[in-house]
Design a protein around this ligand. Structure first.
Ligand SMILES: Cc1cc2nc3c(=O)[nH]c(=O)nc-3n(C[C@H](O)[C@H](O)[C@H](O)COP(=O)(O)OP(=O)(O)OC[C@H]3O[C@@H](n4cnc5c(N)ncnc54)[C@H](O)[C@@H]3O)c2cc1C
Length: 380
């Protein structure tokens, strides 16, 4: 729990907390991008981000750093549940989000590399492997309106390191980035533009009033003209929305001499993923194996998921290497009945950009752009 708000002085009320044009709850990718884009549209506006964590404390600082938009098995699964137009819209939105992120941070190194991505299949998973391999021409055709060139290709040169089957699917447009550097770069950009960020501040309620929005902090009320709720997996704590928290767990190894795994890898419809981070290996996912228990905003690790991640690591990814697990952590996704993010006005002067699903690094920047435009357009 964050500490209670300190007693305010006359000066506090006159400076930090007076005449706030736009308040934003949450300093993840979406909150920061929303603030940055608002500031570009309204340079004189006073913009305040309220964040309950000492650092951003949801998903944006915890994620795996895949600059991705969907593997073949995940897209096939999505196509069985959603219309083709919905799935293609989502891919396009993720791809556009990645472009906007790179454009925003073009002068700040954040470890982005267009490494390509790979989908691998366990040796026994022949049925799903064949289904995915056979679907490639049709999927490439469907995606040609977005990428102009074939996205997916089959290769049998990778992964020579592992216990996976010989045939691998390459996603030519995927990449990876350094999550910590990306978030620091976004924070610097927001600060440089004059966005004010207060950390350790928990918002406990929001309500529309005739001339703005009242934000309840613990023991303190704050007023702003317009409010954006960018709390993703925690959104239902403040607003009635179709967003549920979903925990995602990760581990990372100690440095591995001569690590052969280079690039970003997916399997099982994206539910599992791994990548190299320098000469360490990061492995994450598996929430589908304990779906009910992982439907939580409690940030901790469980023996069940962690043992699945370790099994994947020791049995399939690096069966012949020796290493230790250096660190384990988890973060919270925002998911719902649909994969599409919710970007809308919820009440007079209250807006939201939430439900980023498993690819918010990709789609988050687009949502920030959309939300800022929605807010400024509604002012007339
Ligand atoms: C382990 C893991 C791996 C992932 N890997 C990838 C990946 O490789 N590629 C990819 O594209 N996506 C990935 N994601 C998803 C991606 O990280 C998220 O979709 C994205 O970061 C969401 O950003 P956000 O700004 O919407 O939310 P968040 O980053 O969750 O930010 C919400 C913020 O709101 C704050 N907050 C919440 N409630 C309150 C309140 N009441 N008062 C004040 N502050 C509040 C939280 O502390 C938090 O900082 C991963 C997620 C996880 C957890």
């Amino acid at each position: 729990m964050p500490p209670p708000m300190p007693q305010l002085s006359f000066w506090d009320r006159q400076t930090w907390l007076s005449h706030i044009d736009y308040a934003i709850i949450g300093s993840g990718i979406v909150g920061l991008q929303t603030a940055i884009q608002l500031k570009k549209q309204r340079p004189k506006a006073k913009i305040l981000i309220l964040e309950r964590g000492t650092l951003p404390h949801g998903a944006s600082t915890k994620n795996a750093g895949f600059a991705c938009f969907g593997s073949v098995s995940e897209l096939l699964s999505d196509l069985s549940l959603h219309s083709e137009a919905e799935v293609l819209d989502l891919v396009e939105a993720r791809w556009e989000g990645l472009r906007l992120l790179r454009q925003e941070l073009r002068d700040k190194p954040f470890g982005y590399e267009a490494t390509g991505g790979f989908e691998v299949f366990r040796k026994g998973d022949t049925a799903i492997a064949h289904r995915c391999l056979d679907a490639i021409p049709d999927l490439n055709d469907k995606l040609s309106g977005i990428f102009r060139e074939p996205v997916f290709e089959i290769t049998n040169t990778i992964p020579s390191f592992s216990g996976f089957g010989a045939k691998t699917i390459v996603n030519r447009f995927e990449g990876q980035l350094n999550t910590g550097d990306m978030m620091q770069a976004l924070l610097h950009r927001a600060h440089a533009l004059g966005v004010m960020i207060l950390n350790g501040v928990e918002v406990t309620g929001v309500s529309s009033v005739s001339d703005g929005v009242i934000i309840d902090l613990e023991g303190l009320e704050l007023k702003c003209q317009h409010l954006a709720v960018c709390t993703n997996g925690f959104a239902s704590e403040l607003l009635e929305l179709d967003v549920k928290p979903a925990r995602n767990q990760v581990l990372i190894t100690t440095p591995i001499f001569g690590l052969k795994v280079q690039g970003s890898f997916h399997l099982d419809q994206g539910y599992f993923y791994f990548r190299n981070v320098g000469n360490r290996l990061l492995v994450g996912g598996g929430r589908h194996l304990d779906a009910l228990a992982e439907c939580t905003s409690e940030m901790k690790q469980t023996a069940k998921i962690q043992s699945h991640l370790e099994e994947l690591l020791h049995k399939y990814i690096l069966p012949h290497d020796s290493f230790e697990i250096e660190q384990r952590w988890s973060g919270i996704l925002g998911v719902g009945d649909q994969k599409k993010p919710i970007v809308k006005q919820v009440k007079p002067n209250i807006y939201c950009g939430v439900r980023m699903g498993g690819m918010g690094v990709a789609i988050g920047s687009l949502v920030g752009h959309q939300l800022s435009k929605l807010m400024t357009n509604s002012e007339g």
